[in-house]
Design a protein around this ligand. Structure first.
Ligand code: ZN
Length: 161
């Protein structure tokens, strides 16, 4: 069996970084679902899932290049506190969403606050990390016409609306 495009794939996963620290995980009560072939999961990960059989488990290790990319030093920038909304609390480790002039959303993390100088990091939080996924494929079914129209999964593990 191979998973085809536009199927609803439901799985459990545990995501760990190189040091074995758990970054994210699902539970049987709250598994993860996505619409296959729609760029909703990392391409290399989806490729690995596509050959799985329902009920089977698989361990997948992704190099940074196949995950969230290399860590780019140039994506770390120094900005002034005055560029943030007035009165806003800014602390190390906080994440913000910024809108670019062309209407894109960029998220960044505050790395350091030093008086009026704020060091921000536009790298994805998982950039430069080798990721390890423990996968368990729970279910694969054809998407409903409504799900295909919406471009996302409805019901358990997906959208409720
Ligand atoms: Zn929908």
């Amino acid at each position: 069996m191979a998973i085809k495009d536009n199927q609803v794939v439901t799985l459990n996963f545990t995501l760990k970084d190189e040091s074995g620290q758990i970054i994210d995980s699902t539970t049987d009560e709250n598994p993860f679902s996505y619409l296959s072939g729609n760029d909703q999961v990392l391409p290399k990960l989806e490729e690995n899932i596509n050959s799985m059989i329902i009920g089977s488990k698989k361990n997948v290790i992704l190099e940074p290049e196949d995950a969230y990319g290399r860590y780019r030093e140039e994506a770390v920038q120094q900005v002034s506190r005055s560029e943030f909304p007035q009165g806003m609390e800014i602390e190390e480790g906080m994440s913000f969403m910024a809108d670019t002039p062309d209407g894109k959303h960029l998220s960044f993390t505050v790395k350091k606050v030093d008086g009026d100088d704020v060091t921000v990091d536009f790298n994805h939080p998982l950039a430069g990390k080798k990721l390890e996924f423990d996968l368990e494929l729970l279910d694969v079914r054809d998407a409903t016409p409504e799900e295909l129209q919406h471009g996302h999964v409805h019901g358990p593990g997906g959208h409720h609306h």
